[in-house]
Design a protein around this ligand. Structure first.
Ligand code: PGA
Length: 256
């Protein structure tokens, strides 16, 4: 399978930004500016409380609304958490799992990331599974080992027939929100390594079909070059996704 036949996904990660009112306006504007851009899937992963407003504002458009996390238990005494079924009933199709900010600030580990991924897949959602090395790991020359290990641990026990619903986002932690972007060559190198690791686990066909995104200070200026790489099938975009005009330009860059 060639890159052209893989699904390209441009996903915004709004993080902890936008009240429901702002979410409705921004999502509607994003839909307006990306209308007819069918060369990629367009997703906005919004705060939980914005889901309904963003969903309503993008009804009938090509923008899909996603969430930023999901808990692994079906229900119960887990104050502050959200279960997969709750998201599904709200119409959520995509959910981010394992974002580095969750790992860094909220104590998530590969074990919990794996459990959350399984819960989301079992509920029928598509998972944007984030992984990537921190600066000290890159400087120590162990990026390959770290990323391969995360890929294996985060996918552990997930059956091959569910892998079509997993998108991996390679997000070098040192590039997130810092303005430092991985070079297109660095992004390509690690996305290729992730694909090779998936191939070892699930075979070449599954790996070739998987959408692997790059994330970390992707913007309207650098997206085209990053997305031109053979193993980079889209982007997970934080800061630039908050500005519809910038995000739409990234979507444009993915049309080629
Ligand atoms: P950034 O965030 O684009 O602001 O670097 C990316 C992400 O955290 O997914």
């Amino acid at each position: 399978m060639k890159k052209e036949s893989r699904k390209v996904i441009i996903a915004g990660n709004w993080k902890m930004n936008m009240t429901p009112k702002a979410a409705a306006e921004t999502a509607a504007k994003t839909a307006e500016l990306t209308a007819g851009k069918n060369g990629c899937e367009v997703v906005l992963c919004v705060p939980f409380v914005d889901i309904a407003a963003a969903m309503e504002a993008t009804k009938g458009t090509n923008v899909k609304i996603g969430a930023q996390n999901v808990h692994f238990e079906k229900k119960g005494a887990f104050t502050g958490e959200i279960a997969a079924d709750m998201l599904v009933e709200c119409g959520v199709e995509y959910v981010i799992v394992g974002h580095s900010e969750r790992r860094q600030y909220f104590g998530e580990t590969d074990t919990t990331v794996n459990l959350r991924t399984k819960a989301a897949l079992d509920a029928g959602m598509k998972v944007i599974l984030c992984l990537g090395e921190v600066l000290a790991e890159r400087q120590a020359g162990i990026t390959e080992e770290i990323v391969a290990m995360q890929t294996k641990l985060d996918l552990a026990g997930i059956p091959a027939d569910q892998i079509a619903n997993v998108i991996i986002a390679y997000e070098p932690v040192w590039a997130i929100g810092t303005g430092l972007t991985a070079t297109p060559e660095q992004a390509e190198e690690v996305c290729a390594l992730i694909r090779a690791t998936v191939a070892k686990l699930y075979g070449d066909a599954v790996a070739e079909a998987m959408t692997i995104q790059y994330g970390g200070s992707m913007n309207d200026g650098n997206a085209a070059e990053l997305l031109s790489k053979v193993n980079v099938d889209g982007g997970l975009i934080g800061g630039a996704s908050l500005v519809p005009e910038k995000f739409a330009k990234i979507v444009d860059a993915a049309q080629a």
